[in-house]
Ligand binder design. Structure first.
Ligand code: CA
Length: 369
């Protein structure tokens, strides 16, 4: 054994290598890392997510984020993505990252309304801001700073890391011609949209995406929303529902989030911290691009191949839903000091964006039509 070690030291050459080996005291791993110092991964992170592994758009967006960090860091960081239930269930992602079980998570702020209902402003609220407006508010309108303040007590740093763009109102088997048609309807529609739906006389249900097809097929549900054409086509809802309604008043541009454990982030050198945050920003935009491209293609397939009947919710139905939404959103804002502060910032930005977008995006789309 002594003989072997001496030979090894001689072969490595130099006092430094020898000292390193001796201090390793025969630990094989350290000795071999002295021999091969290249391609060192300094930070191994786990990313837990609220999505099924590789789920189109949402799960693949988390994969994109991890890949970007791994590549941009030149392998110094290695982030591994886990789908819901692989380490923790979907709705335990926030706590798992807060307590350091994982260094990072990918989900949406409205899932954590149990911590504070005001968190929902950082994902989406009914008749709220669209994707472009959310990004403007978060990155250049003070929104992200408020979000960071909101998550700080939980030892978490949030970052926008994806957006579904405007969703669809959902799948129905009967036509919606007036607000009365929503009465008694059992629909999967979670969150604040569900509360609004309830005030309109419907029965909102929350159910994971994977159960929706069967629930519609067997009549457990009368209707469901999910995301938009890209994701809804993948679930095959066109086989069990006749009408596909728009627009997605309840989720007008849902921001997804990366959440990062503060202690893990603090351990990174500044360049890796910048890489993590920049990767989130790229992933945030990339998902918008992915949904824009794939929603277009999927809608075309749904209408032309699967003969889905597209329907717009009537104006008076949307108007009533908007009135109820304003009530519900205001109530959420009034529930806490954080809610009041966030809503003040959110609503000011939304109203200004409304004025500007009326004469820019809306005017242009009308003109192009
Ligand atoms: Ca949805």
């Amino acid at each position: 054994m002594m003989m072997k070690r001496r030979d090894f030291v001689t072969r490595l050459g130099g006092a430094a290598a020898g000292a390193g080996l001796l201090s390793a005291c025969g630990k094989k791993e350290e000795a071999s890392s002295t021999v091969k110092p290249a391609a060192r991964t300094e930070y191994k992170w786990d990313m837990v997510t609220t999505w099924p592994k590789d789920f189109p758009g949402l799960g693949t967006g988390a994969n994109t984020l991890a890949r970007l960090i791994n590549q941009m860091s030149g392998g110094r960081m290695q982030v591994t993505v886990y789908g819901a239930k692989e380490i923790v269930p979907a709705f335990e992602v926030f706590d798992a990252v807060a307590n350091g079980t994982a260094q990072m998570g990918h989900g949406a702020a409205y899932y954590w309304k149990g911590k504070n209902e005001a968190f929902q402003f950082f994902s989406t609220v009914p008749f709220g801001m669209n994707t472009q407006e959310m990004n403007g508010w978060l990155f250049h309108g003070g929104g992200l700073q408020l979000w960071q303040e909101a998550y700080a007590p939980f030892n978490l740093i949030p970052a926008p890391a994806g957006n579904t763009t405007v969703q669809m109102a959902g799948w129905f088997n009967k036509e919606i011609n007036s607000i009365e048609d929503l009465k008694g309807l059992k629909m999967r529609i979670p969150g604040l949209g569900g509360e609004v739906f309830s005030r309109a006389g419907g029965t909102p249900v929350n159910m994971p995406g994977g159960e929706l097809f069967t629930a519609l097929q067997t009549g457990v549900l009368d209707a469901t929303e999910w995301v938009g054409p890209y994701n809804d086509l993948a679930f095959g809802f066109y086989k069990v529902a006749k009408y596909y309604y728009y627009p997605g008043w309840h989720e007008p541009g849902t921001t997804l989030e990366a959440i990062i454990n503060k202690d893990a982030f603090a351990q990174l050198p500044e360049d890796l911290q910048a890489i993590v945050m920049s990767a989130c920003r790229v992933a945030n935009q990339d998902m918008v691009d992915e949904y824009t491209a794939n929603n277009n293609a999927a809608l075309h397939e749904l209408v032309n191949e699967h003969k889905v009947e597209l329907r717009r919710l009537p104006d008076d139905v949307l108007l009533r839903l908007k009135e109820l939404s304003d009530e519900v959103v205001q109530e959420v804002a009034n529930k806490s000091d954080l809610g009041k502060k966030v809503f003040a910032s959110y609503s000011k930005f939304r109203d200004q964006a409304h004025d500007w977008h009326n004469i820019s995006e809306r005017a242009y789309l009308n003109a192009r039509a």
